[in-house]
Structure formats: C-alpha cells, structure tokens
Design a protein around this ligand. Structure first.
Ligand SMILES: [Mn+2]
Length: 305
C-alpha cells in the first residue's frame, strides 16, 4: 500500500506578496488528509518544517532573501529525500514555488541513486525560469526551474549534491501564459518543453498532456509540481500572482486524470495557495478536489517500492 507523507513548508520567503506561508494549513483545513485516506492510502502528516521568518527586504544583487530561501530549501531537500528513501510518496505543501528547488533536487538525487528516469511536470502560469540578470523583481519563486537546471547562485544550485540537479529535457511545462521577455529567450535557448495556453487553445489539453507524458516507462519517476496559479483565476483566486486565461475546471480535471492514468506519479508539490487572497478557502478546496483526481485511478495500484 502506498504511504503518502505530507511535508508542510509554511513560508512565502521567495514570493513578492505575503501569505503563501498559510498554504499548508489551508490545504489541511480543506480536507486533504481525509480525501487521501478515502483512497485507502496510508497518510503520514509530518507537520510543518521550521525555517527563517520573512524579513521582507528588497533584493540584493538580483535576489531577494537568498540566504533564507537557501535555508528553507536545504531543510525541505532533506525532509523530501528522507521520505523518498523510506518508500513514501511525498506531498509538499507550500509555501511559495521557490520550494520546488528543495523538493525536486531531492527527487532528482533519489532517482540518480535508484537509477530511475525522472520526469517533471510543471503546472504553472509562469515558466519560473528567471535568473538574477533577467528577473524584474528578484523574487526567487520565479527562478526554481532555472536553479534546478544549474542557472543561479551556488547556495541554491548546489542543494542536492549535483549541479545541475536536473537537465532541462526532463521538464515539461503546462499552462504557461506569463513569461518575462529575457526569460522567454532563455527558455528557448535551453530547449525547455513548454505547452503554453496558446498550444492548449489550439490543440487542447488532451494533446498537450499526451505529448508531455509520452515515452514514460515502468522506470519513470513522475514528479508533479502544481503551482495553483496554473488555474484560471476565476476558479482559483487564492494566489498572489493571478494571470487570466488559464485552464478551466474541466481542462484542469482532464490534466489531473491523464496524470493519474499513467500510474507513475511518485511525488507531488502543491504550491502557492495563498489564503490572504482567497475567498472562504475555495482555492485550497479546489486544489484538494484536483489532487483527488490525481490520485483517482492507477496511482493506487502502483507498487511503492
Ligand atoms: Mn510557479
């Protein structure tokens, strides 16, 4: 039986607005644990990690709160790696999306050691591929994919013991619709696979997901990094960086169901739920509803070892 391990990372240290630090509790209040248990999964809630408070300072040399971001991600890396080593399926409750650095560097390290093929699905409105030169804000939640691919300060790129932690070709992005100008060129330069909203408009969510999930084998470890700002703000207002024109409820459900059908998801991030922007916790409730679909089918049949 699959054992899920929830790891809360209550911080908004990498964001440009406060409030994602309340995300882990919002997801628990929305019934995440009960939903998972209803799927006959073992659920361990490890509670929340502790880390530096948010000093709310301006960026220094293109990075905001770099030392604090490094501390949170180091501690998340260790907790996620330990969960994977125990054969658990970690679910990281963010927190802002800078935490993808600690989470995915742990998954990458685990996959290297086990000889597994890593695939990362990055569900987001943003490419999160900024660097200190390209970023207009210095907020590190706009940089985790670049950091994981080796572009960024060594305090972050070295987390996990190998730089780069991943190669760009393992990342498949879905739902992208807001990319800064320099970032756009950089995404093309490194060859990230991006199924943006234009692609989804023209070919549909089904085609995008078929391509993003193509070529997986029994040896694939699929990591899903779900930034809740992926969703259209009309259904998910509780995020700090809403971008209009995202997936509808049905498109998002199809996305999750197609991931579930693969039976290969072995780790998950739920990021950027921000109760300060939400209305009656509806965004956390929607995230739980979508994660329900993510666990709805063949994932349950997966042998966790
Ligand atoms: Mn993001």
């Amino acid at each position: 039986m699959t054992t899920i391990q929830l790891i809360g990372a209550p911080t908004d240290i990498g964001a440009g607005s406060r409030g994602a630090s309340m995300g882990p509790e919002a997801l628990r209040v929305a019934g995440l644990i009960e939903m998972l248990k209803a799927h006959q999964l073992n659920v361990i809630d490890s509670g929340n990690l502790a880390g530096p408070t948010n000093p709310w300072l301006p960026p220094v040399e293109g990075y905001r709160h770099l030392e604090e971001v490094a501390a949170w991600n180091q501690s998340l890396h260790e907790a996620s790696y330990a969960a994977l080593q125990q054969g658990h399926l970690p679910i990281i409750l963010g927190g802002d999306h800078c935490l993808g650095i600690g989470s995915i560097s742990a998954v990458a390290r685990y996959c290297r050691e086990k000889g597994k093929d890593l695939r990362v699905l990055w569900l987001d409105a943003h490419a999160d591929f900024n660097t200190s030169e390209l970023t207009p804000t210095g907020n590190i939640h706009g940089m985790p994919v670049a950091v994981l691919c080796g572009y960024g300060p060594k305090q972050l790129t070295r987390i996990g013991g190998r730089t780069p932690a991943i190669n760009p070709d393992v990342v498949h992005q879905i739902g992208i619709r807001s990319v800064d100008e320099g970032e756009k060129r950089f995404v093309h330069q490194v060859g990230l696979e991006v199924f943006d909203m234009r692609y989804i408009d023209e070919y549909g969510m089904r085609e995008a997901m078929e391509r993003a999930l193509a070529g997986m084998t029994e040896n694939t470890h699929l990591h899903v990094s779900f930034d809740v700002d992926f969703l259209d703000p009309s259904i998910a207002p509780g995020v700090a960086t809403t971008v209009p024109g995202g997936p509808t409820y049905r498109e998002a459900q199809l996305c999750m169901e197609m991931i579930a059908d693969t039976g290969r998801m072995a780790s998950l991030d739920i990021m950027e739920v921000n109760p300060a922007y939400d209305v009656k916790n509806q965004t956390a409730l929607l995230a739980v509803d979508l994660v329900d679909s993510l666990f709805g089918k063949s994932t349950l049949m997966r042998d966790s070892k």
